[in-house]
Design a binder for this molecule. Structure first.
Ligand SMILES: Cc1cc2nc3c(=O)[nH]c(=O)nc-3n(C[C@H](O)[C@H](O)[C@H](O)COP(=O)(O)OP(=O)(O)OC[C@H]3O[C@@H](n4cnc5c(N)ncnc54)[C@H](O)[C@@H]3O)c2cc1C
Length: 437
């Protein structure tokens, strides 16, 4: 196996920007405006929330610091992984029976809901619903996956348990001894999906502003004013969807999760022969490693492959070396395949690996913390934010509404994040040696 890293001139190219569907028309906010709702952040959560609110006839303003899809949504692996890491019983223990049963119901339909949305709003995002293979990297991970798959099947999931040879047939990789096949899973071009949600929101009347970072939020009687360097937007309800790119805008928000980094690469389009042996039915794959390996095709049959990184730079602390090593471990047949791009993005990981819906004060909502499962789950959160913002009672929502609880000693843990990826990779390797499947 070659240890060569990708050539340095491909680093920092976000592949999705090369194949994205048309971006929405945006301008910088200039002057003072009012609306029913101000959404801060123009990723999948923010744009899908704006779409939902505008479709109901509300006036909505989206304020994005950089450009629509700048954050994780424009850098994502784009895999629709429609399940949590917790079983329905775990969720019931954590959230109580009633909330958990609403969340389970929403989860079971979340993949179909996403692909239905894409059809309904005619979003051009290279979507394919060919299924997701969730592979076990060691024997104890296999036991965990068996438990997870069986538990979700008991409440109506349609997950298939695949042994070693079925896993190899499904993925084209001999790396794994067991997997779950989720037939509802699939893939999207994540930046195109974000553009599509934003363009649809604009069609329903939402006003989209880019290069408009919100630098303060101030209460004004029953309203809040979101101020940017060049203007302000005032509304009774502000919705924060800034996820792992959250800054100091709302006190404590960025201390509710760990901003881990994920890195990804795009190969050159694979030859027809390689396509027969790598993810033969264009399924997606992700495994149970702590430094998770994930892979999928893009529309031109480039393989997109990713793992956990260390910093916003895809080269830092050997991230690109780990990427290349992971790619060849899972698909050694790609030894001589060119790599066209590598990039990095931030994911917001909460202690319990589940998203949070916060209401720190009346008139402020925040939905974030997708812990690497955002493609379908941002839509679940967005629909919930829409319901809540339009007045639904907390007892009808699939997420608990909470105030902001900072993670104790967050500052100390955050300092260790650059070391987390190498440490996770070492533990993963130990797993495969000591706990073989
Ligand atoms: C490399 C990578 C691979 C991934 N792969 C997958 C996958 O295969 N499947 C999956 O389900 N999930 C995956 N994820 C996670 C998923 O992409 C995210 O959960 C999801 O995109 C989060 O969307 P969001 O809208 O909540 O946040 P983001 O897309 O991060 O958007 C937040 C936005 O807020 C803006 N912002 C921040 N502060 C301000 C401010 N003060 N004012 C205005 N705007 C502000 C930012 O500029 C940013 O655009 C991946 C993530 C990464 C990085």
């Amino acid at each position: 196996m070659s240890d060569a890293s990708p050539p340095s001139d491909v680093n920092g190219i976000i592949h999705w920007q090369r194949t994205a569907a048309q971006a929405p028309d945006c301008t910088m906010l200039n002057g003072d405006i009012t609306a029913d709702f101000v959404v801060v952040g123009g990723g999948l959560t923010g744009t899908r929330t704006a779409l939902g609110l505008a479709e109901q006839g509300a006036s909505v303003v989206v304020l994005e610091a950089k450009h629509i899809g700048f954050g994780a949504s424009g850098r994502s692996g784009g895999q629709c992984n429609p399940i949590w890491r917790a079983t329905p019983d775990d969720l019931a223990q954590k959230l109580g029976e009633a909330t958990a049963s609403r969340l389970v119901e929403t989860t079971l339909s979340c993949a179909d809901d996403l692909f239905d949305d894409i059809r309904k709003y005619n979003i051009d995002c290279d979507a394919e619903q060919n299924g997701w293979v969730q592979t076990a990297h060691c024997g104890s991970a296999q036991k965990d996956l068996e438990r997870l798959g069986t538990a979700w099947n008991n409440v109506g999931g349609q997950i298939k348990l695949l042994d070693r040879s079925a896993t190899e047939r499904a993925t084209g990789s001999s790396e794994y001894g067991f997997s779950l096949f989720h037939p509802k899973g699939g893939l999207v071009q994540p930046l195109s999906l974000t553009h599509g949600f934003a363009r649809t929101a604009a069609k329903f009347g939402a006003q989209l502003y880019d290069n408009s970072p919100v630098i303060s939020l101030v209460r004004n009687g029953n309203s809040w004013t979101a101020t940017t360097p060049t203007g302000s937007a005032t509304a009774p309800q502000i919705i924060l969807t800034t996820n792992a790119y959250s800054d100091n805008l709302w006190p404590g928000l960025k201390e509710t999760f760990f901003p881990l980094v994920s890195v990804a690469l795009a190969t050159a389009p694979l030859t027809d022969n390689l396509q027969k042996s790598v993810l033969p039915n264009a399924v997606t794959i992700s495994d149970t490693r702590r430094a998770i390996y994930f892979g999928r095709y893009d529309r031109d049959r480039r393989l997109i492959f990713g793992c956990v990184g260390s910093d916003d730079d895809a080269t830092t602390l050997g991230a690109s070396w780990r990427l290349r090593r992971g790619l060849l471990k899972v698909f050694p047949q790609l030894e001589n395949t060119e790599i066209e791009a590598t990039w990095a993005g931030r994911i917001a990981v909460t202690p319990e690996m589940m998203p949070h819906l916060h209401e720190p004060e009346s008139g402020i909502l925040a939905g974030l913390g997708f812990s690497g499962r955002g493609i379908a789950m941002t839509s679940v959160m967005a629909r919930t934010l829409v319901k809540k913002a339009l007045g639904a009672s907390d007892h009808t929502l699939p997420f608990q509404v909470s105030s902001i609880n900072r993670i104790p000693l967050h500052w100390a843990a955050k300092k260790l994040i650059p070391l987390a990826a190498p440490a996770m990779a070492v533990r993963d390797t130990m797993d495969t040696i000591l706990r073989r499947s």
